[in-house]
Design a protein around this ligand. Structure first.
Ligand SMILES: Cc1ncc(COP(=O)(O)O)c(C=O)c1O
Length: 302
């Protein structure tokens, strides 16, 4: 086994990454037919695990994929992956595919080669909270609208991210950092893999979940902590013009814990530097994560 290999959870076993293999008939490989999650590990604890599990369960249920583990089993497996990899801060990706199929989109368990889901939990020792977060990000409004929920419900965190990948290709081709998508009506929905907030007159705005966007866990936490701190937060629709003329714009996700956007399509946001409310929200988020991790460890000690 090569040095520094990560330990992966695969179908009930904890094995080195070089041995963690799934079949070429896996439905995720063949059709992107599965669900995944992305969970922040902070202070050795999965942040807001319950919310992530709930979102994953909803996706599995919608795709009619059997949830392979109980709450307790998920929690145990996730904590063991964290422990075996001595993770303090990082990212965890649980993923569940429908199982293994034939070269056909037929999905019913009776026609699959293996009707039991393939389940993995992959750790990654990385989180973006470094220099780039202080400097700010240059963005573009993507030419392709976000996949409408009428086609694929945006609340389902499924394993087909081609809309996002095409967005990422467009962003790289322009030498920029992030892409922000609008919907077919021209309203801002979300970033390629982030939710979006803007600041106007000191008030925070984020697109509502009724638009085509993933109900991000970080988004939810930011709404909660910003309101607790006394900021007004409104879930409301806005277009790219409103966003580009905002005082501040920032994006958030499990991996990007509140990143300032300093330019969109060559237009400076505010004075072209990370704004004070963005910085404050990020601080509050990190404080919340640290507080919850400490509470978790205190609970463990009892
Ligand atoms: C399309 C999309 N939107 C938003 C998010 C942010 O969600 P969360 O805060 O739960 O990571 C993600 C995260 O991967 C995403 O893929």
């Amino acid at each position: 086994m090569p040095k520094n290999e990560l330990t992966i959870y695969l179908n009930g076993e904890f094995i080195p990454e070089s041995q963690a293999k799934v079949s070429i008939y896996d439905r995720c490989f063949l059709y992107g037919d599965g669900i995944f999650e992305g969970i922040t590990v902070w202070g050795g604890v999965p942040f807001r695990l319950d919310a992530h599990l709930k979102r994953m369960y909803k996706g599995l249920s919608y795709l009619k994929i059997e949830n392979p583990l109980t709450d307790e089993e998920w929690e145990k497996a996730i904590m063991k992956v964290i422990r075996l990899n001595s993770m303090d801060k990082g990212y965890l990706r649980p993923q569940v595919s429908r199982g293994e199929g034939m070269l056909s989109t037929k999905w019913e368990p009776r026609v699959l080669r293996k009707a039991k889901p393939n389940v993995v939990i992959i750790p990654e020792e990385w989180l973006a909270y470094g220099e780039a977060m202080d400097k700010g990000f240059r963005a573009k409004v993507l030419s392709r609208p976000r996949t409408p929920s009428a086609s694929i419900p945006a609340g389902v965190k499924h394993c087909n991210y081609l809309n996002t990948i095409l967005g990422a290709i467009e962003v790289s081709a322009c030498g920029l950092d992030i892409g922000i998508a609008v919907n077919l009506q021209g309203y801002v929905t979300e970033g390629t893999a982030y939710n979006i907030f803007i600041v106007k007159n000191g008030k925070l705005y984020t697109p509502p979940l009724t638009l085509d966007l993933l109900p991000g866990i970080t988004r939810e936490v930011i709404i909660e902590i910003a309101r607790r701190e006394g900021y007004q937060v409104s879930e409301t629709v806005f277009d790219a013009f409103t966003m580009c003329t905002a005082e501040e714009v920032f994006f958030c996700s499990t991996v990007r814990l509140g990143g300032p956007v300093i330019e969109i399509d060559g237009r400076k946001i505010g004075d072209g530097k990370p704004g004070p409310i963005t910085k404050k929200i990020r601080e509050l988020l990190l404080e919340e994560m640290t507080r919850e991790a400490e509470e978790f460890h205190q609970g463990l000690k009892k």
